[in-house]
Design a protein around this ligand. Structure first.
Ligand SMILES: [Zn+2]
Ligand SMILES: [Zn+2]
Length: 200
């Protein structure tokens, strides 16, 4: 699995292009960009690497993770995958664009080529927040950051759910690489040691 990170939008969201080296199929995670001009570097990377985009995944429905959905949907004509509890956040796009949306739930598999990512439903930051677990890595959205966690003061947030979701994440193997929705990547084992929000 090859991962290319693009930091986009006003809130410096990590947009990941994840591809298989086998047959060049790829997915886009959280295209939270503000403008089509920002999409150009991502389009260029995809073209130069000869990738075939299969789908877009949103780790949750907040603006800073979904605003670029339509730009990529239009360019590659692919469906958008999101947890059903956060799907109302992108309904306005369905109406205007006829965007096919695929609803994810706990245990759903996202497949491209011989790769797959398994959905872990991790509510707390938002009701439909998900993490995507693959071989040796996890995309943690706005649930877990290096040294911090996602806010739980938004409408639909739940501090209690967040605590339960973090407990589940901490049961993942220590050597799992964490690719968060914002900021640098880290390791589950490292967060167990240094993240003050996990020591409560
Ligand atoms: Zn968020
Ligand atoms: Zn965010």
């Amino acid at each position: 699995m090859l991962i290319e990170t693009f930091t986009v939008g006003m809130l410096s969201t990590n947009c990941y292009v994840v591809s298989s080296q086998y047959d060049k199929e790829a997915i886009i995670i959280d295209p939270g960009l503000d403008s089509s001009s920002e999409a150009k570097q991502i389009f260029d990377y995809i073209t130069q690497s000869n990738l075939k985009i299969k789908l877009i995944v949103n780790t949750h429905g907040h603006q800073d993770h979904v605003t670029g959905d339509a730009i990529f949907q239009e360019k590659y004509n692919v469906p958008i995958y999101i947890h059903k509890y956060d799907s109302p956040c992108i309904e306005y796009m369905q109406k205007s664009k006829g965007t096919p949306v695929v609803f994810l739930g706990e245990g759903s598999l996202i497949k491209f080529d011989n790769e797959s990512l398994k959905v872990m439903h991790t509510p707390g930051h938002s009701p439909g927040s998900i993490c995507l677990v693959g071989e040796g890595l996890v995309f943690s959205g706005d649930t877990l950051f290096a040294g911090s966690i996602g806010r739980t003061d938004f409408p639909g947030s739940s501090n209690r759910d967040m605590q339960l979701s973090l407990q589940r994440l901490m049961r993942l193997p220590d050597n799992l690489l964490v690719y968060p929705g914002h900021g640098p990547s880290t390791l589950i084992g490292e967060e167990k040691k240094v993240n003050p929000f996990l020591m409560g």
